[in-house]
Design a protein around this ligand. Structure first.
Ligand code: NAD
Length: 419
């Protein structure tokens, strides 16, 4: 038992153990690689619109500082707890190392359903959270970004709050900001674009014609909606999507741009069409070419994994597949190609890194430049994963994570015990 114990943290531990066994990492070295460097819990009081006071619990976990500052998103969701945040911080470390960024992993969040707050309450909570975190973050110590339940506006409030306390504008304290507040072109789309880019690569490798291909997408927020839109533009028929309100299914393909407009106006896909309503439980197991989980952790469990009827799983979400499901997907790897989360959704942190670099230099790039460099980094990491998987005859997730863990281990060995 540790302070982090819980289903999501236990999953990160199990995944790490598989990698540590494969890499023959000695037992005494494992906790140094796995356990977070630092965890902070804060209370965030706000005045509600009705005049009462409410207190929300916030967290930030910094996994390791060996390769540079820590980097990671901030999640506002009712389910957020310390263990989930710690697991997400660990996955960020392997992800940053896999794609070669000079960062350790971090994650943060508040246990709150953001849809239960008014805009004023959300601003008050966002600002208070950042104010409580000021002693622990900084452009060269820990840089935040958006995640589930947070967006560009929340990042702008974070940046503004931090800046007011410093007495100057410090855009490089967070990424995923609006372009008008020092953000980069292409960040909002980066994760979904990366998911679609890698999916296209696998479709090409496997001889799947995008104009005949079908896809389903779970989650229609930042990652899911952009991934769906990019696939739609490639000619792929997106036959089903779901979000927290339900699911829609149309075998001939959904009108994704229309659905995005509807979700932007109404906050979800609910109310788009009564005829297309479908059971969200069955979305992932629909027969199709590509399944994209882009919402929550642990949605592909052993039962779902055994029942998948697709050829590619592209993990837009973090941690969507349980270790038990991994064993099944590993057995089915000739049938189903897995693009593991730490690679598949890494376009987000890659372009966050570009945003940080641009803010530090106050020199901004064109969107084409951002996209070209993003795809170059993703392609290189994809090639490394595929070569390692083939060389050692291991599962894609094992290969991807091993590359990340190895890089962190190498840096820790050369630097020593401190970071
Ligand atoms: P978001 O808040 O923009 O969207 C989340 C979506 O998931 C919403 O459409 C919501 O309705 C849906 N959802 C919630 N519960 C659901 C349920 N039970 N079933 C189906 N759908 C449900 O969040 P996001 O930024 O798109 O993040 C989604 C996932 O991608 C998370 O796992 C996040 O950690 C990961 N991710 C995000 C980024 C990024 O840049 N935003 C980068 C890497 C990974």
């Amino acid at each position: 038992m540790t302070a982090y114990s819980g289903p999501v943290f236990d999953m990160a531990v199990k995944q790490f153990t598989v990698i540590a066994d494969y890499l023959s990492i000695p037992e005494d070295v494992r906790p140094r690689l796995l356990m977070p460097k630092r965890a902070v819990t804060v209370s965030c009081p706000i005045h509600r619109d009705d005049g009462t006071t409410a207190v929300f619990e916030g967290y930030r976990v910094q996994h390791h500082l060996t390769l540079g500052p820590t980097k990671g998103g901030t999640r506002f969701a009712a389910s957020v707890d310390l263990g989930e945040v710690a697991a997400l911080a660990i996955w960020m470390s392997w992800k940053c190392a896999l794609v070669g960024l000079p960062y350790g992993g971090a994650k943060g969040g508040i246990g709150v359903d953001p849809s239960s707050l008014s805009k004023r309450e959300l601003e008050a909570l966002s600002r208070r959270y950042m104010q409580e975190m000021i002693p622990f973050v900084g452009p060269h110590t820990d840089v935040m970004a958006p995640d589930m339940g947070t967006n560009e506006q929340v990042m702008a409030w974070f940046m503004d709050t931090y800046s007011m306390y410093q007495g100057r504008t410090v855009t490089e304290i967070v990424t995923g900001k609006p372009v008008s507040a020092g953000g980069t072109l292409g960040r909002r789309e980066a994760t979904g674009r990366g998911v679609a880019h890698l999916t296209r690569r696998v479709m090409n490798d496997r001889g799947i014609d995008s104009n005949r291909a079908t896809a389903v997408v779970q989650g229609f927020g930042n990652v899911g909606s952009i991934a769906a839109l990019e696939l739609h533009r490639m000619g792929v028929k997106v036959i089903a999507v779901s979000d927290h309100t339900g699911a829609l299914h149309r075998p001939a393909g959904l009108d994704i741009p229309g659905l995005i407009d509807h979700a932007a106006a109404h906050g979800s896909i609910a109310g788009y069409s009564n005829e297309l309503v479908f059971d969200p439980e069955d979305v992932l197991t629909l027969p199709c070419d590509v399944v994209i989980p882009a919402a929550m952790e642990r949605v592909i469990d052993a039962r779902v994994a055994a029942n998948l009827r697709c050829r590619i799983v592209a993990e837009g979400a973090n941690g969507p597949t349980t270790p038990e499901a991994d064993l099944i997907l590993e057995r089915r790897q000739d049938e189903i190609f897995l693009i593991p989360d730490i690679l598949c959704n890494s376009g987000g942190v890659v372009v966050s890194y570009f945003e940080w670099v641009q803010d530090l230099q106050q020199l901004f790039w064109e969107e084409e430049e951002v996209m070209r460099r993003e795809y170059q980094i993703l392609d290189r990491a994809f090639d490394r994963m595929v070569m390692r998987a083939a060389r050692d005859k291991v599962f894609n997730r094992t290969a991807a994570m091993a590359i990340g863990v190895d890089r962190v281990r190498g840096a820790k060995e050369t630097r020593g015990l401190f970071p």
